[in-house]
Every structure is written in C-alpha cells, then in structure tokens.
Write a protein that binds this ligand. Structure first.
Ligand SMILES: Cc1cc2nc3c(=O)[nH]c(=O)nc-3n(C[C@H](O)[C@H](O)[C@H](O)COP(=O)(O)O)c2cc1C
Ligand SMILES: CCCCCCC(=O)C(=O)O
Length: 380
C-alpha cells in the first residue's frame, strides 16, 4: 500500500465544510460541549493530582525520532499479526466502560466505527451494551472482551463463555483495578457511573449473575455489581483458573513491572498490555511509555507486548512501536470522537490516527511496521 495513495481522508479533512476537530486538544474541547459535567470529568480526569495522567503525555514529548532518508518509502505495510490473525493496522480501540456517557449509541457506535476500518474493538465488562448486542451489531469484525474479575468467579467464567460464543477473539483481563483509583474529579462532581447503573448491560444479561441475587430489581442489580466489581483478592491463581476455562488467548492489561511480565509469561499468558490505565488508577506510577522498554527487554519476544496510555496522535503510535510494542490502543481520543459525532466521529478519529501513523512511519524512513523497532529514538 502506498502511504500517500489514499488521500481521501486528508482531503476530507481539508475540504469538508463541516468542522471536525483534528488535534487531541480540539477533540477534548468539542467533546466537553456535548457531555454532562460529571460524564466529561469522569472521562478526562486521572487519579489523585493527575501526575501520571500528565506524565503519560509529557514522556511522549521527550522522545525524538532519528529518521533515515534516501530509502524508497513508496510502499508501506501497516499490517500486524497477532494470535494467528492479521489486522490491517497496529491500532486498536481500548476497552472503555459506559460509553453511553459520551453518546446514546455508546459501544454499538464505536464498535461499528472500528469495524469499518477492521480495527479490533475491545468491549469492557462495564459496557452500556452487552456482549450479544455488540456482536449482533457488528457481525464478524474483530472483537475482544475485557474482563473485570468478579468476586463470584462463576460470573467471570460465564461472561468469558458468552464472549467466546458470540465470536470474540481474545480475553483481556485487567489487573490494575482491584478497586477504583482515588478519582478526585468524580468525588468533586459526586459522580459515580456504576452507582447510576451505567455499566450494567453485561450483568443484566448474565444468568449466573442474576441467579446470584436475591432480588432482580434495578437496585439489587447495581448492588450486586458493586459487590463483584471491587475484586481485591485477584491473584495468579485466578489467572490460572481463567486459563483452564477458555481456549481464547488471554492478555493481561496493566503490567508495568518487568517481574510481573516475567510471571505472566511463566504462567502461560498469551499477551501483555503495558498500561497505567490512562493515569486513572495509582497516581504517581511511571508513565506507560517509560515502562514499555523495560517490559520489552524482559519478555524478549516470548509473547506480544501491546501498549496504551497517553497515545494522542500518530507519532505517539510510531514511538510506541519503535520502542517494541506490537500494537497500541487508543482510549480517550476515540471517546471524544464518539461524543462529538457518534459512529462518524469515531471513524474520523481512527482515520486521522491511521493517516498520521502511515505518514510518520514513511517519513521516518521505514516501509513496514515490522521494521519499526529499527527506528532510533532518543530522549531529549
Ligand atoms: C472513561 C474511561 C473508562 C475506562 N474503562 C475501562 C474499562 O472498563 N476497562 C479497562 O480495562 N480499562 C478502562 N479504561 C482504561 C483504558 O482501557 C485505557 O487503558 C486508557 O484509556 C488509556 O489511556 P488514554 O485514554 O489516556 O490513552 C477506561 C478509560 C477511560 C478514559
Ligand atoms: C472497580 C472497577 C470499576 C471500573 C470502571 C471503569 C474503568 O475502568 C475506569 O477507568 O473508569
């Protein structure tokens, strides 16, 4: 594929009479206009003093490319192979719960937008539409399921079984959220989406969860979710038990310490997602991009290493791949696109990411995503 062959997206951006924000800051500003104060605050904010949220972006700015020239960059291969499948770009959509906060069509709109680009969509456990709703709306497009462990582990196993039956292709177990971080903005806004019942679709559709309740009225369902969603006992034994219950690849999301990466490989995990949850969990942790090379060095190619937290534009995608990530997830930027213009907004955000990524790889003198680890990056 010629990197500048498909100029439609760029031309659309330049010639369209309808304004659509391009940069992250512009997207954030536009999204703010369409969302409730509590909803926007929930998406935008990080934990504590937002040190990590800021660091995630600042660390990217400190990385500089050392590009190569006089190489033929007329053809570009952006595809990536993971778990026996080929995806057209190294860009996926991160699991983000309760997307109705951004748009009434929530995950259905985002998943359809991902499908138009054949980009994998990761459905959160606490989504506003269920596993089955999203599967029915998106056919055979690539989808993964993100699992928040339930204290009643049979609920976890049943959700994974439902995802498997609905055609989801991988399970992402989030390990950095045994409980919610200290979210100052939400406390200030008195905003608790789970207490409002915004993330209940997968629970309401789960017979094992419903059977675990004494009553099945709205209040009991929310109470049941809250009893299960904080899961401080989660440990490696649960990971082993999960492995026994599914044949799908399992990725652990939230790894920052090389030792945990080593344990993940030892425990037969299929993939690692280096992430600090977008600075929403433990404030003061290392920026995810600074943690990435440590994990890549430890894992030595034994399993794919994926990345999220702080990706704001195509050059960030290229930096993460150059530092050894096999693919990256976009979080807040696509949620802002969803808030601004539903499915269309997510499609545009993705199109802009894809175009800027393609242009940046070529300008760095590289012709294939697989060769990006050869691109030199310095800290300045
Ligand atoms: C509003 C919001 C909700 C999120 N919900 C989930 C979730 O349900 N499960 C999960 O594993 N991560 C969740 N995340 C974290 C994302 O998957 C991802 O790690 C994070 O957004 C990356 O940071 P970035 O948005 O700054 O790029 C959420 C993030 C946001 C902003
Ligand atoms: C205790 C888990 C609640 C998760 C809520 C969704 C999420 O991950 C977030 O960052 O917010």
């Amino acid at each position: 594929m010629n990197p500048i062959e498909d100029k439609d997206v760029l031309l659309q951006n330049i010639s369209s009479s309808e304004y659509f924000p391009i940069t992250y800051k512009e997207l954030e500003q536009e999204a703010k206009q369409t969302m409730s104060v509590g909803g926007f605050g929930y998406v935008r904010s990080g934990a504590g003093n937002e040190e990590t949220l800021r660091k995630n972006e600042e660390s990217f700015s400190k990385l500089s490319f050392l590009p190569r020239f006089l190489r033929d960059v007329s053809e570009l291969d952006t595809s990536v192979q993971l778990f026996g499948r080929t995806y057209p770009y190294p860009i996926f959509l991160a699991p983000v719960g309760m997307q109705k906060l951004a748009h009434k069509e929530g995950e259905i709109a985002s998943a359809k937008a991902a499908a138009t680009h054949r980009v994998p969509f990761v459905l959160s456990t606490v989504s506003s539409y269920s596993i089955e709703d999203v599967a029915n709306a998106t056919g055979d497009s690539p989808k993964w399921f993100q699992l928040y462990w339930s204290n009643n582990e049979e609920i976890s196993f049943n959700m994974v079984k439902r995802a498997e039956e609905a055609g989801f292709e991988a399970i992402v177990l989030t390990i950095d959220t045994p409980m919610l971080g200290w979210r100052v903005e939400d406390i200030r806004n008195r905003f608790s989406p789970l207490k409002l019942g915004l993330g209940k679709a997968n629970y309401e559709a789960d017979p094992v969860f419903l059977r675990s309740l004494e009553n099945q009225d709205a209040e009991s369902i929310i109470h049941g979710i809250l009893n299960n969603i904080n899961h401080p006992t989660l440990n490696w034994k649960h990971v082993a038990a999960l492995k026994e219950r599914t044949s799908l690849p399992i990725l652990l999301k939230g790894i920052l310490h090389p030792e945990d990466a080593r344990l993940a490989v030892e425990n037969g995990i299929d993939g690692i997602i280096v992430s600090n949850h977008g600075g929403r969990q433990l404030d003061g942790v290392i920026s995810a991009i600074d943690a990435l090379p440590l994990i890549v060095e430890e894992v030595k190619g034994a399993v794919p290493v994926l990345f999220d937290s702080g990706i704001r534009r195509g050059t960030d995608v290229v930096k993460a791949l150059a530092l050894g990530a096999d693919a990256v997830f976009i979080g807040r930027p696509f949620i802002y696109g969803l808030a601004v213009d539903g499915q269309n907004g997510v499609e545009k955000v993705l199109a802009n990411f894809i175009e800027e990524t393609k242009i940046s790889i070529s300008l760095a003198g590289i012709s294939s995503v697989k060769d990006l680890p050869a691109l030199k990056i310095v800290t300045s």
